[in-house]
Design a protein around this ligand. Structure first.
Ligand code: PEP
Ligand code: MN
Length: 337
């Protein structure tokens, strides 16, 4: 149920509609738009007549949200969500670049990377400290020490940090060191984890599962939002298809589809989307052209020596060239970068 309050509706009128929704058994989520306050009533009631609320003082209109996800639906926040972290805005006019290695490996590696990504115009550094590896014998990440190393490098270069949380037990550590918590493709439907992230108040980047539909991705976002954490961004990172020429198939069409269905910012990860360094630049350009609000890209001072995902990792000069080209594409779309 979506209740749109009239422009200038008083707080008392809004409170009284909230009270009525609660009495009817709805959980109410409030969204303050540029002109209107929107009240999203999420609950078990399907046989309810919206006209009952429409007659209340201050109510402009009221209708059912027909999609299975409610809070993530564009109708809940038609103008789009902008996530603000310090002076960085994700989902606004400016396209945001996030770059860094797949895994944090050393102080020196992160210092060099931070200098490279900052100089290229990125505002956020990435790096995994807890790694979801297909093999239990592969490098599993540096854990807390890795987070400390990345935080120090980020602070020296005025960057924000994004890092992956694989398990509920890691949430406190990630909250301490990271500005954005990444949920990896393998964990998109780890419902205990995403429900718990709904109780935090840190922005979450939710990656699309390797075989997840767009609707499933949005339902996972709904898990986080229904806990009260509305700062969710979605990430297209390629899906598994019959194709073997690339590691995954980068679903560029998911970007405009998501922009239509949801108000949440959409980020593209052409590194995991292709699995091969040679294709990352083209897919980065395509993602920005398709309307992505930002890019998440792997870059390493020496990809041949990377502890993980070296084959898809850009060299420093390639990362700079990527941001240069993507800024030019953003400008054509009347966006800054
Ligand atoms: C990563 O970002 O390094 C990662 C493991 O990504 P994904 O979950 O998309 O595979
Ligand atoms: Mn990786």
């Amino acid at each position: 149920m979506l209740v749109v309050m009239q422009e200038g509706a008083s707080e008392a009128q809004t409170e009284s509609v909230i009270g009525r929704l609660v009495t009817m058994g709805f959980t109410v989520h409030r969204s303050t738009g540029v002109r209107h306050t929107l009240l999203g009533g999420v609950g078990p009631q399907d046989d309810f007549d919206p006209a009952e609320l429409e007659v209340m003082e201050g109510v402009k209109e009221c209708h059912r949200i027909v999609s299975p996800y409610k809070l993530a639906s564009r109708s809940f926040k038609p103008e789009g969500t902008v996530i603000k972290i310090g002076d960085v805005e994700i989902g606004g006019n400016r396209v945001v670049f996030m770059g860094g290695p797949c895994s944090v490996e050393s102080e020196e590696q992160m210092e060099t990377t931070a200098a490279v990504v900052a100089a290229a115009g990125a505002r956020i550094i990435r790096g995994g400290a807890f790694k979801p590896r297909s093999s239990p014998y592969s490098f599993q990440g540096m854990g807390e020490e890795g987070l400390q190393i990345m935080r120090r490098a980020a602070d020296r270069h005025q960057l924000l940090v994004i890092s992956e949380v694989m398990d509920q037990s890691q949430i406190p550590l990630l909250l301490q060191y990271s500005d954005i918590l990444q949920v990896g493709a393998r964990n998109m439907q780890n419902f205990n984890l995403i429900r718990e992230l709904g109780h935090t108040r840190k922005p979450v980047l939710l990656k699309r599962g390797i075989a997840a539909t767009i609707e499933e991705l949005l339902l996972s976002a709904e898990y986080i939002m229904s806990g009260g954490n509305y700062e969710v961004m979605l990430c297209e990172r390629g899906i598994r298809t019959f194709e073997t020429a690339t590691r995954n198939t980068m679903d560029i069409s998911a970007i405009p589809v998501l922009k239509k269905l949801t108000h949440l910012p959409v980020i593209a990860d052409p590194s995991h989307g292709t699995g091969k360094r040679d294709y990352v630049l083209a897919m980065a350009r395509a993602s920005i052209a398709a309307g992505a609000d930002g890019l998440l890209v792997e870059v390493h001072p020496n990809p041949e020596r990377a502890a993980s995902d070296g084959a898809q990792t850009l060299r420093p000069e390639q990362f700079s060239e990527m941001t240069r080209q993507c800024k030019a594409i953003a400008a054509v779309l009347d966006r800054s970068a």
